[in-house]
Write a protein that binds this ligand. Structure first.
Ligand code: NAD
Length: 340
């Protein structure tokens, strides 16, 4: 059976999810919905995605821009087996009643509140919780990055406590109105930040404190992580454990990737679409175990790490595959994992 997927919201996340869905052997992009004509709407049509108007009153704007529409968003939602809502934060909540009215299971993104949905999702950590669910939230880029890292550590060693400082990019490259442009902000200045509680939507019993910052950068977030492990570990053992995970890229020293700039350049050189880095990029040299404390730095490409997770969540809600089969298919079809 081919899973017919509608994508509502065709921006940073939506366009990447569309391309990833199209790459799957068991999925089809039924169409994408946009609120207004712009370069992304024109690209969607050029890519061959049927384009639907997300707002009825704006249908004329597409005609004026010379863009052919396949219809309006409700038609897309009605015909789809699953909708991926990739609208700006809070709009997903407004759209929920539309998905319910058409009895179409929906995935939401990390900008929505956890209590909007039945399950918050990370493929590595809790795939089976989303099986058959109607409303699932693929957690944020930061929560995805922390969950992927913590899942194998919890399984192998047990985790007593996590302390992480999230140095967050001020905005995505295309977000011309975001900042700061010359500042370093404790953000939020209160401690802990909301990120730890968000990780608790994946691991409810985890003891985690997070601190947030915002800096004038657009390429990635960078996490400084300390994990207090519950049993004996050494640096080499942790490194091997992390290297075995398909969505963790332990950056070898020999590549001389000293930061997010070279990481993105490496991804572009490797032929990644849009220079995307779907994996957590963990600096190999930073992995250090002192006593029971593990320390490391990881970069999280905020625009793309949630993309394979959305693909897996589609299979979870439709019951199309279990975790192992789904993640293997997703990774193979997208090309997750650098060939080094
Ligand atoms: P974006 O602004 O790049 O894209 C959102 C798209 O939705 C835009 O094209 C916008 O025009 C469109 N839109 C607005 N209202 C709409 C409506 N009513 N119906 C249909 N489309 C509508 O935003 P984004 O960065 O892709 O973020 C989308 C979601 O993903 C948010 O919940 C965000 O928190 C989450 N997220 C973003 C990132 C990131 O770094 N960009 C990372 C992980 C998760």
């Amino acid at each position: 059976m081919t899973i017919r997927v509608g994508i509502n919201g065709y921006g940073t996340i939506g366009k990447r999810v569309a391309d990833a869905v199209r790459a799957q052997p068991d999925m089809e992009v039924l169409g994408v919905a946009k609120t207004r004509p712009n370069f992304e709407a024109e690209r969607a049509v050029a890519e061959g995605y049927p384009l639907y108007a997300a707002v009825e009153e704006r249908v004329d704007q597409f005609a004026e821009a010379g863009i052919d529409l396949a219809g309006e968003v409700e038609e897309l939602v009605d015909a789809a087996d699953v909708v991926v809502d990739a609208c700006p934060s809070g709009i997903g909540a407004e759209n929920k009643s539309m998905y319910e009215a058409h009895d179409t299971p929906a995935l939401y993104q990390g900008g929505e509140d956890a209590d909007l949905v039945d399950v918050s999702f990370n493929a590595r950590s809790n795939f089976s919780d989303a099986e058959g669910a109607d409303h699932v939230r693929v957690v944020s880029c930061n929560t995805t990055g922390l969950s992927r890292l913590l899942a194998p550590l919890r399984e192998e060693y047990g985790v007593e406590k996590v302390r992480a400082t999230l140095v967050r990019r001020g905005g995505d490259p295309a977000q011309s109105s975001r900042g700061p442009i010359n500042d370093t902000l404790p953000d939020p200045v209160t401690i802990p930040s909301h990120h730890g509680p968000d990780v608790n939507t994946i691991f409810p019993d985890l003891d985690i404190d997070t601190l947030g910052m915002k800096v004038p950068a657009t390429l990635t977030h960078t996490h400084s992580v300390n994990v207090e492990l519950a049993s004996d570990a050494d640096t080499e053992g942790v490194r091997e454990l992390l290297e075995a995970e398909s969505r963790l890229f332990v950056v070898p020293e020999r590549l001389a990737i000293d930061g997010s700039g070279k990481l993105k350049e490496f991804a572009l050189d490797a032929g990644r679409p849009r220079g995307d880095v779907w994996e957590n990029a963990i600096w190999g040299e930073s992995i250090t175990v002192e006593g029971n404390d593990l320390y490391l730095f990881q970069a999280i490409h905020q625009e793309s790490d949630v993309v394979p997770e959305n693909v897996d969540a589609i299979r979870a809600v439709t019951g199309a595959a279990d975790r192992a089969e789904s993640t293997a298919t997703t990774d193979e079809s997208m090309g997750v994992g650098f060939d080094i």
